[in-house]
Design a protein around this ligand. Structure first.
Ligand SMILES: [Zn+2]
Length: 302
């Protein structure tokens, strides 16, 4: 069985972006990116594409099945949905530690160590930048390893919740896996009746302090990134000479706003992504390539 992807409910799944016909994009190679960024300090903005080489699937790749993202409203309003969510999250959680950073993450660590990279703003919740050794990371959309109470606001670790869910649902994980279902089945078929049936007896946990509703500390569709976090991210963009975007099609404003901010300030913006991105018209340079190889080249040559 393949290692299970770490973001058990990816919030901002990558989508393909179509540019209007006639849009002018300044395409170039990794070597051109070296030329554009040489001598400058850089802030990086990363997305799902940076983690695909760690085995985390890009749900919106051309070959992947269509899958509607979960919304905050759905999570809060629908008890059956929430039960199912926590059931598959609990099963998937067992495999969390299989995911490891790749050479792209490590390239950013090397650039930071040499004082070239100022920091990383990431749309990923997988903590792979931190695992690789990046020190200045803003987890724009939250992190998979924490849980927040929507009533009292207390934050607890996902590890602690796993213990509590195990106690509430003894043998659940084993029984699901024993019936022949794989974690992947549960993960990729959120609406399938057969899978719902398997999770209908699951008992979700409530906050151990106040009895309130628990939610992963992840920003879902329909939620805003906390204002303070957005301000820190803008400041990180302001503190560098250039913005390097890697592995995101920038389809959500959450990330795109930083590209607009940098471009407005006259800073070079280099975008590395397979396929078009919503930020391409604003980019000084667009490198249509994989992030692992391109970031490695930057780390070697800058
Ligand atoms: Zn609480």
């Amino acid at each position: 069985m393949q290692p299970q992807a770490r973001p058990l409910a990816p919030t901002y799944q990558e989508r393909r972006w179509e540019l209007p016909p006639g849009t002018v994009v300044h395409h170039g190679s990794a070597e051109d990116a070296v030329g554009t960024l040489r001598g400058l300090t850089i802030t990086a903005l990363t997305g799902a594409g940076v983690s695909t080489d760690s085995g985390i699937p890009d749900y919106r790749s051309p070959d992947s099945p269509p899958r509607a993202p979960m919304t905050y409203q759905q999570f809060v309003a629908d008890e059956a949905f929430r039960r199912h969510y926590w059931a598959r999250n609990h099963v998937g959680w067992q495999r969390v530690h299989h995911t490891e950073p790749n050479a792209g993450h490590r390239a950013l660590v090397a650039l930071e160590g040499r004082g070239i990279l100022h920091g990383v703003i990431t749309q990923n919740v997988d903590l792979l930048h931190e695992d690789a050794g990046s020190r200045h990371v803003i987890d724009l959309h939250g992190r998979y390893d924490r849980v927040i109470c929507l009533q009292c606001g207390r934050v607890t670790s996902r590890t602690r919740l796993a213990e509590r869910l195990d106690a509430l649902n003894p043998g659940f994980v084993e029984s699901v896996l024993a019936e022949g279902a794989t974690v992947t089945d549960i993960e990729t078929a959120p609406d399938a009746d057969a899978v719902i049936e398997q999770t209908s007896h699951f008992v979700p946990a409530v906050c151990e302090f106040c009895g309130g509703m628990l939610k992963p500390e992840i920003v879902y569709f329909g939620e805003n990134v906390p204002r303070e976090r957005v301000q820190r991210a803008y400041a990180m963009v302001d503190d560098a000479d250039a913005l390097l975007v890697a592995g995101t099609s920038l389809t959500v404003m959450s990330g795109l706003r930083f590209v607009r901010h940098a471009a407005k300030a006259g800073k070079p913006v280099v975008i590395v992504n397979r396929g078009a991105t919503r930020g391409d018209p604003l980019a000084t340079l667009k490198v249509d390539a994989g992030t692992t190889a391109t970031l490695s080249t930057l780390a070697e040559r800058l």
